[in-house]
Design a protein around this ligand. Structure first.
Ligand code: NCD
Ligand code: ZN
Length: 381
């Protein structure tokens, strides 16, 4: 359908912010190089198409294991890591470290995690409740079935990364995260008090409050899109498949709570894009895939939010410090530079409407990036 207005009009929070008192075009902002603590790099032609966007901005990334088949073993994580580095090419690969994750299943042997960690291959393990999201069918149906895995992780200090949504079809899709906190996460934390847990891509005020109130064992990642858009954006001017992701975007009050959490300086919150590319044909169809492809302008997208909140001074901590501290990894020593542009100027660099990134099995590989058609106030130089 035709969109009579530019892509992001009427989308609360999606307008580029007006320059704050301290930001003028040409001004530069230097940050310790950030890391992405949650990204989907995919495999094959898609991996080749998207990996560079992440490596360009981030020094490290926690790479999600939801391939088909899922990455469950140390050997499959090592092979996947090699494919990522090969896709980047030797020069780029030198400056980028993929941190691999293992996909938890009810039949996975805890020794796999021990071996993966000992070999320096597996950094964390991911819990997908079966059926919660893309490629989660091999995930966990009954949390008590993975108790031996969680006990092992608690013992060896391996973080558990959680897709925090219940899959009970009787629970409304907009409530699945909040219900997960009470029904699943609270009992899990009580059963495994020593386990480090990251509640991934939080989307609700309830999750932000839960994480802020918990001890240092629990942290959360926050995506750019959940900071920019609320659920109205899904239907602004027509159905907008590019904004469909899981957990689904929520009401405005939740978006505002996430902004407060991200810009609060609380070390429990850090950057995780959940960049989840799906080819355009798979998004714009009768049963479209969930996932926002935000990798190409991720740090710019976060910078816009922090500027709008008058909190640019907190961006570096959120993007480059809280994550490594939680994971027990060193801070990066290199830097990136962002430059302020006037998003209303004719010369402003705008995010392309689509990215044509080669082809896959002879079909063009086109992706619609988050912020398509928009000019953002900061750009990476
Ligand atoms: C992710 C994907 O496509 O792999 N999709 C998404 O909407 N975020 C899976 C996930 O992280 O839930
Ligand atoms: Zn994800």
């Amino acid at each position: 359908m035709a969109h009579p207005t530019p892509a992001h009009q009427n989308v609360p929070g999606a307008q580029p912010g007006s320059p704050g008192p301290s930001a003028s075009p040409g001004q530069r902002l230097q940050l310790r190089r950030p890391d992405d603590w949650h990204v989907h790099l995919r495999d094959g032609a898609m991996l080749k198409a998207v990996a560079g966007a992440t490596a360009r901005q981030f020094a490290r990334a926690i790479v999600m294991p939801n391939l088909t088949p899922a990455v469950t073993t140390a050997a499959s994580a090592a092979a996947y890591r090699q494919r990522i580095l090969a896709a980047l090419g030797p020069e780029v690969a030198q400056g980028f470290q993929p941190l691999m994750t293992a996909y938890l299943t009810e039949t996975l042997d805890p020794a796999e995690l021990v071996r993966g960690q000992a070999e320096g291959i597996v950094t964390a393990a991911k819990l997908y409740p079966a059926g919660a999201t893309t490629n989660s069918s091999a995930g966990v149906r009954d949390l008590t079935a993975i108790a031996p895995l969680l006990e092992t992780m608690e013992r060896i200090g391996m973080p558990l990364l959680v897709h925090g949504e219940v899959t009970d079809p009787a629970v409304d899709i907009f409530d699945r995260e909040a219900v997960f906190l009470e029904r699943q996460l609270l009992p899990l934390l009580a059963r495994h008090p020593g386990l480090k847990v990251v509640l991934e891509h939080i989307t609700t005020a309830e999750a932000a409050a839960f994480v802020a109130a918990a001890g240092p064992q629990l942290a959360a990642t926050i995506t750019p899109h959940h900071l920019h858009i609320n659920r109205n954006a899904l239907f602004a001017g027509g159905l907008r498949p590019d904004f469909y992701c899981l957990p689904i975007v929520k009401r405005e009050r939740h978006r505002l709570a996430l902004r407060r959490a991200a810009t609060s300086g609380d070390p429990s919150f850090f950057l995780g894009t959940d960049s989840a590319p799906h080819r355009r044909q798979a998004k714009e169809t009768s049963c479209g895939c969930a996932g926002v492809y935000n990798a190409p302008y991720a740090i710019e997208s976060y910078a816009a939010v922090f500027e709008q909140e008058g909190a640019l001074g907190k961006l570096e901590a959120f993007a480059s410090e809280h994550g490594p501290r939680f994971y027990g990894l060193p801070l990066n020593s290199s830097v990136i530079t962002l430059e302020r542009q006037d998003p209303t100027s004719d010369q402003a660099e705008t995010v392309p409407l689509t990215l044509e990134l080669g082809s896959d099995a002879d079909a063009p590989l086109a992706l619609v990036p988050f912020h398509a058609g928009e000019a953002l106030p900061w750009r990476l130089i």
